[in-house]
Design a protein around this ligand. Structure first.
Ligand SMILES: Cc1cc2nc3c(=O)[nH]c(=O)nc-3n(C[C@H](O)[C@H](O)[C@H](O)COP(=O)(O)O)c2cc1C
Length: 180
């Protein structure tokens, strides 16, 4: 098995973190990896807001999440990264009207996973959170209306060593078609 596949296998959604802080240098490397993602017309629509302060994290926890998930662990993560998209007119408004493909979301998804895999490489745990209130989060991170928050990514040192890893995945027959 390749080293890269081992790294991909190591990643899982971590929902329990130690209180220890994450060195800024580690976060910078993750953001660097995110910024190297490919994007339609190289428009790089992703935007990130890195939250490490307790006050803002509590605000996110109290106002930025949709109801229905038990998520105390989100506020306990040492770092919450807000991911947003900034749409450019031709690539992200005009082109999708013709193709019906949302390039900005694809681009941001790739960038986010680059970030997550770099974190995994550094021994950090992460979890994507999509069950959010974008407008509330935009206000909390003080982004302009031109940036739409699309996800949070929690980051920290894993505290779930008892977790049984190996996530269920659909059978390949359902997800892959080979055409020869
Ligand atoms: C776009 C996206 C949104 C997600 N939203 C949430 C969420 O709101 N809450 C949560 O606990 N996990 C969330 N997850 C994590 C998924 O539940 C998780 O990736 C999936 O169950 C597979 O498990 P694994 O990441 O451990 O392999 C999200 C993942 C993605 C990619």
């Amino acid at each position: 098995m390749t080293d890269f596949l081992k790294l991909v296998e190591k990643r899982y959604s971590c929902r329990a973190y130690k209180p220890d802080s994450v060195p800024e240098e580690y976060i910078k490397l993750m953001l660097e990896a995110a910024g190297l993602a490919p994007s339609a017309c190289n428009k790089q629509p992703w935007r990130f807001a890195v939250i490490t302060g307790k006050e803002k994290k509590t605000e996110i926890f109290e106002h930025g999440l949709l109801p229905g998930i038990s998520a105390k662990w989100i506020s306990e993560a040492p770092v919450i990264i807000t991911m947003g998209i900034h749409r450019s007119f031709i690539t992200h408004y005009l082109a999708p009207k013709i193709s019906k493909i949302d390039y900005a979301l694809i681009d941001a998804g790739i960038a986010g996973e680059h970030l997550v895999l770099q974190a995994t490489h550094q021994g950090l745990g992460t979890c994507w959170i999509g069950w959010i209130r974008p407008k509330k989060i935009r206000r909390i991170v003080e982004w302009p209306r031109s940036i739409l928050p699309i996800a949070l990514i929690t980051v920290g040192w894993p505290d779930d060593s008892d977790k049984i890893t190996g996530t269920n995945r659909l059978p390949e027959t359902e997800t892959i078609k080979w055409i020869k």
